[in-house]
Design a protein around this ligand. Sequence first.
Ligand code: ATP
Length: 142
Amino acid sequence: MTRKKQFIVIGLGRFGGSVCRELVRMGHEVLVMDMDEHKVNEYANIATHAVVADATDEQSLRSLGVRNFDYVIVAIGENIQASILTTLLLKELQIKNVWVKAKNDYHHRVLTKIGADQVVHPEKDMGKRVAQQMADDKVIDY
Ligand code: ATP
């Protein structure tokens, strides 16, 4: 079993929610954060800690002690400005592993410039994986 790590998931849409559930299933510690109270309530019994907070607020990030976490994933989708600002603040707080979900290629390029450690495109990445799996699928031809 791999070492238990500490993660923060910011943004509890379908993607962030799925990341959280899988990390918890693997036995890791997960703090979830969303500015939407309903989303946070939904994850209160799943995640290790669940907080309502605006991730673009530097003071909130500091008071949550984000520096003590191994990995932070920014899973804010629609609001590109909030995603960029959150990533910038996390890198300024010297988080070593900041992974960010990007909405498009311009978003990706900005995230890379400001120091995101890993940028993911869930739909694009998954589409590629499904295509590969289909192409590799063993079709029995009678
Ligand atoms: P998905 O495709 O994963 O379902 P999405 O790409 O449509 O999600 P959004 O629904 O726009 O993404 O955002 C995901 C979550 O991020 C939402 O629950 C939203 O409340 C949260 N969020 C947006 N901005 C902030 C912020 N500044 N601080 C904390 N949470 C935020």
